[in-house]
Design a protein around this ligand. Structure first.
Ligand SMILES: [Zn+2]
Length: 343
């Protein structure tokens, strides 16, 4: 089992944080490479490599545990809600508990996959992390949410797409383990956005044709009302304002970002496969497209790039269409969708 986490995967990209800083808004948001994180990760990696683990991986029940960081930067500080336990007086605790349950349920029911590792790993959720901390992240082990500054970003734990996005980074880690750099990193971000949007649409009972396809629209504070972090339907249009600058996502290979910022544009170039997913989902419906994408994920390698992703997905589309699990037109629709973004 591969479990190495290549990243601390944050929902708010570093280039947004930099733009805000230029605009005079300094919000704490990226601080996860400290000793506490590294030590816990190293200990877990050692356990996963141990012979006992490889022989008999423990199967668990994907129980949820919510911890309150009490505005410190410590994880697992105070356990405030656990599986089947009583609700908390803190609404944020209950919301993140329910949202993690929705993500777990979608993966289990529609994709036959239990928790992030398909072995029912506990879902650890930390809320109220840091002071006005404006980010949420998956660190290879657990989820952590800040409260936001309530001007630019509101509490990150309240949005289902944010929780689904971050937990999907966990799923990717335990499946294809896409390297968090360049095109494979953009595919990692892409998958996190796909299931962020898919699970939000499912919860809101939306259809592909009428869903908003926005990521992060519900965490925008009063200073950024009406904006979002990303648009899968129209990459490059999620935001355009004095605080954040303009959404840099391309929707075509002609505009592929080739610089080194953001780990080689992992949150930028994800716009290209995001657009492909939107096009396929509007043709065959979101849940069918989600199943196709998930079955493909299981066949990808850590170094998969956009081109090899297309090849892998078309192969799975053909197989699934033959088996009747997606419409017969799926391979053609997917091929045309990739072509329309220059792939
Ligand atoms: Zn991410």
């Amino acid at each position: 089992m591969r479990n190495h986490c290549p990243c601390s995967c944050h929902i708010i990209p570093p280039f947004v944080v930099d733009k805000l800083k230029e605009a005079g808004v300094e919000i704490p948001s990226q601080k996860t490479n400290n000793r506490e994180f590294r030590e816990r990760r190293d200990a877990k990696n050692a356990l996963m490599r141990s012979e006992a683990f490889l022989v008999a991986p423990p199967v668990k029940k994907a129980d949820r545990f919510v911890y309150d960081s009490k505005t410190t930067e410590h994880q697992r500080l105070l356990l405030v809600r656990k599986e089947s336990g009583p609700a908390s007086p803190d609404a944020v605790v209950n919301t993140v508990y329910e949202n993690a349950g929705s993500v777990r349920e979608y993966f289990k029911t529609f994709l036959n996959y239990l928790s992030v590792d398909n072995h029912g790993a506990d879902l650890i959720l930390n809320v109220h992390f840091g002071k006005n901390y404006a980010n949420a992240f998956w660190d290879g082990d657990e989820m952590t949410f800040g409260d936001g500054d309530n001007q630019v970003f509101t509490n990150l734990a309240n949005a289902l797409d944010v929780t689904a996005h971050e937990l999907t980074h966990g799923v990717v880690q335990y499946t294809a383990n896409l390297t968090y750099k360049g095109q494979s990193g953009a595919l990692n971000e892409h998958y996190a956005d796909v299931f962020g949007s898919v699970i939000k649409q499912h919860a809101k009972k939306q259809k592909a044709a009428t869903a908003d396809w926005l990521i992060g629209d519900e965490i925008m504070g009063p200073a950024l009302t009406g904006q979002a972090l990303r648009s899968m339907k129209a990459p490059g249009t999620a935001y355009n304002n004095a605080l954040m600058g303009k959404d840099p996502q391309p929707d075509h290979m002609d505009n592929l970002y080739k610089g080194s910022a953001d780990n080689g544009g992992v949150h930028i170039n994800s716009g290209i496969p995001n657009k492909v997913f939107f096009l396929v989902a509007t043709a065959i419906e979101t849940d069918k497209a989600a199943l196709l994408w998930f079955e493909t994920l299981k066949t990808l390698k850590p170094t998969t790039n956009f081109k090899s992703f297309k090849t892998a997905l078309l192969k799975i589309a053909k197989k699934m269409a033959n088996a009747g699990s997606v419409p017969a037109t799926t391979e053609t629709v997917a091929k045309q969708s990739f072509e329309s973004v220059g792939l």
